[in-house]
Write a protein that binds this ligand. Sequence first.
Ligand SMILES: [Zn+2]
Length: 369
Amino acid sequence: MKFTKFSITTLIILCFFLIDLHSQKSSSNFVVVLDAGHGGKDPGNRGNGYYEKNIALNIVLAIGKKLESQSDIKTIYTRKTDIFVDLFQRANIANSADADLFISIHCDAHNSNAYGAGTFVLGLHANQRNFEIAKKENSVIFLEDNYEVNYDGFDPNNPESVIGLILMQEEYLDQSITAASSIQKRFVGELGRKNRRVKQAGFIVLKYTYMPSVLVETGFLTNKNEGSFLNSTRGQKLMANSIYKAILDYKKNLENSLNKLSLNEKNKKEDIIVSSKKYDIAYKIQIAASRRKLELKSYNFKGLEPISILLEDNMYKYYYGSFLKHKTVVKELKKIKKKSYKEAFIVPFLGKTKISLKTAMEIEKKIKS
Ligand SMILES: [Zn+2]
């Protein structure tokens, strides 16, 4: 498990809340959201005449069946039948469920004989091929009503547009990669699938989730052998079984890391618990980052105030405002993106420490209750 993106403090806080939530909820389940790509009017790719939407759904249902036998795991589906679900709605389902892991299942297609299984996390595509895969999976938004509003002017055909996607999920990148690696390990080690590795690309469905999230391209329907394997009951069961075991691997790995951390950092943790009693969370809006230090005057920031600053990785980061409620900051962000800073995004803080959106929202919930 790599935790390089987190500061230890953030982890301790996260750990505290995980433990705390555990004691509060009687059903302290590990929640997995299974997302079968496409569906209804969107068939997905039709390589060799197969239906991606059906294969994805069959694999998802088979994973779910296995997961449901685990008493400490709760499984949620974005769809269990052949229906069309908007991409942002899929993310909403996962966010409302406060899920621990989001897995989207797909099949790839190509005009070559390409084959093999790969798993994606959200990020900048390293090459044209990865961009093309994301573009294809994202283009489904054109079938949705109101996509301009729901995706904030996102254009799947424009590589630049994808850059704005990566900011939110960055917080979960390490865990997403760990989950993706667990899946790839099983695919390759257990099933001997060709390893197309863990890669990054700008998938919309991964952007809006507030949790570790991966998108699995189980294989190529356009490839004769792989297509017929994926379309077979046996192939679907094998793929599902590997993904199921990878989820267990990931969960165990996460629990081990948190246990280790809570033992090592017991004293520090208690300090944090005391200081976090004040619940001084603040949602700020990052509007700019620069190597140059600007004076915090509103005329330097298109009239916005108050502005605060944080030096991180040799970059000065500039934030507008300080809001106590997520709802309020979301409204404010919308205005700012429209008016002045198109690439602005929300950063939650606990005191002076950046925390994940999920943790911030947990704290907010606690304050309310
Ligand atoms: Zn797909």
